[in-house]
Design a protein around this ligand. Sequence first.
Ligand code: UDP
Length: 368
Amino acid sequence: MNLRFDDSSITVAIVGCGGFIGSHLLDAVLERTRWRVFGVDLDFYRLQHRLNHERCEFLCADLADPAVVERIAQFPLVVNLAAICTPSRYMGEACEVIRSNYDHPATLATACARSGSWLVHFSTSEIYGRTLPDSGELIEDETPAVFGPVAASRWSYATAKLLAERFIAGLPGLKWTVVRPFNFVGPYMDFMPGVDGEGIPRVLANFSTALLRGEPLKLVNGGKAKRCFTSVHDAVDFLFALFAAGSGLPDAGSETAVNIGSKTAPGVFSQAFNVGNQENEVSIAELAGKMRTIFAKVRGVDVSTLPEPQIVSGEEYYGVGYDDSMRRMPSVAKAERLLGFKARIPLDVALEESLSWFVGHYDTGASS
Ligand code: UDP
């Protein structure tokens, strides 16, 4: 497979192109390569500035349509980002969550195995399951996972994602790479409840919404869980390191080392990669403190004028069946070893960029 960045005959299919990560990836593909993009999504509001771009074709569809799946699989590189990934939906819509995170990716993977496309499939760091406060680094090919009971429907998402990974890994002839994101953050993440989405978005959008509305930040079960927040720009850099390394590798599952430019790259196919930033670990209570401070700075007010955070129980906040991972520390050794990739953007920089964007985007009066 030869995926030179200056080859204008290449088209990458981005499924979920209109989403948070997809929109950043699209921009980067257009800026850093001469490739064309075939973008599939149900919603394109984040892509208004790209809708008439000469190197883009967009299709408003999802993977439930077999003809769409076949069309996507005609391209040499397919990045699948499409998924329901809003925690509050894991609780009440388990079947839809499983369809979107298992059935659809499995169909796409089957089509890619037939056509020979390289499938870069976005999984989740949730596949490591119900981690404990003292859980150590989560290592791609070593760490075992424990999930909550069936009644804890939070795990509908993680188990569907895990099954999709296993299906992909077991599919004969498929050229695949799985990406496990660790709490990506940045502009265009999620939505503001009641404005451009319903339900409870992930923590950053929730905290940003509360700050804009002058409401207290809600700390679920005291905000003791820890996460390693990772800038979406690092995530995009990871993908480019992956594309560069995968270009020129001969076959699915190959462990053969080949020369790429001046570097020797071992196989990146048939691999799952964590993408995260170990240095950005923070408890959710600490995150609340940081976001209040940044918001006060952006607004030019004293932090003491903002409401104090409030503790709420997980069940009260998300509903029956909520459960949590208490620590999610990625091992990043594999991405460093195989791709020479390491996330670089510090937590405070990523948070300030995200929150400033959120304030600029939503603070129009429509938000309150
Ligand atoms: N959380 C919180 N307040 C909120 C939203 C989330 O305390 O308003 C907590 C949630 O319980 C979890 C962490 O923040 O411990 C991260 O949640 P998120 O939904 O962002 O994603 P996750 O990493 O759990 O997939």
